[in-house]
Design a protein. Structure first.
Length: 277
């Protein structure tokens, strides 16, 4: 089935909700309902499948990879069009029940009316902690990503990995780069993975950075401590990673930053990108 979009673009939003129940309690519905999102990708859902479906409501096809550990992780893709196929997991059995990767294939028509296949993955990379097993798991997950991205390139006409990837790639992606070089999320070893993702070896694109240009941020996460949000002392750790042709089709990228600290529904802000396929 080929989707017949009633608009000339596809709107894909990604947000780490920091617990879907808490996000809805704090006003997520008021953001989502008028936003015109075609494909919604969620991370840190931290809720049973029945609750996810109840909160999102009717009108969505929902693919939810629930974490085996209760109250932890969980990723989902909710789409207005029914997917052709879905897959739970990144391909390493070690992460099979971790609730950190879910994929869905969609078919759309391009401007000439020809069918094109798009694969979307919602990903939640480990936050990590230097010198602990958490960091080992993070590196293992990033290792598997270096294998999965090229596979997705071959699988579909267009491929997109979105989500909280928990790495600020360059000094532009974090307010205080030098002070965080030894902290998980901005380690040189972590950033090197993203050099590979965006380099000749794998060849994907950082859609948000391409559209924003060489500017500080725009950040997508702020610590709950102090006045990080008010002072915009943030990290850009939520991404749209795309195959080159899809990245070239991106026409707009917006961080839906709340107007004030007390109006946020999560410590992350949604990243919303429009693609003109």
């Amino acid at each position: 089935m080929i989707s017949a979009l009633k608009k000339d673009h596809l709107r894909i939003a990604s947000v780490n909700v920091n617990g879907l129940r808490a996000a809805y309690k704090n006003g997520m519905a008021a953001w989502l309902e008028p936003r015109g999102v075609d494909i919604l990708c969620l991370q840190e859902v931290r809720a049973p499948d029945a609750i996810v479906r109840q909160l999102l409501g009717e009108g969505w096809h929902i693919m939810h990879a629930e974490a085996e550990a209760k109250g932890r992780a969980g990723v989902a893709i909710a789409s207005r069009d029914e997917p052709l196929a879905t897959r739970n997991g990144i391909g390493d059995d070690y992460f099979a029940t971790a609730g950190r990767w879910v994929e869905a294939d969609f078919r759309f028509a391009d401007a000439a009316g020809h069918p094109v296949q798009l694969t979307v993955a919602s990903a939640y990379v480990h936050s990590g902690e230097v010198g602990t097993p958490k960091q080992d798991d993070k590196f293992r997950f990033l290792d598997v990503m270096t294998t999965r991205l090229p596979e997705l390139t071959k699988h579909s006409d267009h491929a997109l990995v979105v989500g909280d990837l928990n790495v600020a790639h360059t000094p532009l992606d974090i307010r205080n780069s030098k002070a965080n070089l030894k902290k998980a999320g901005h380690l040189p070893e972590e950033r090197a993975y993203f050099d590979r993702f965006f380099g000749e070896e794998i060849g994907w694109q950082d859609v948000h950075r391409n559209l924003a240009g060489q500017v500080d941020g725009p950040y997508t996460w702020w610590s709950q401590r102090g006045k990080a949000f008010d002072n915009d002392t943030g990290w850009r750790i939520d991404y749209h990673l795309a195959t080159p042709a899809l990245a070239a089709a991106a026409i707009s990228a917006v961080v839906d930053r709340a107007p004030s600290w007390d109006t946020r529904f999560s410590d992350h802000a949604p990243l919303v990108v429009d693609y003109q396929l």
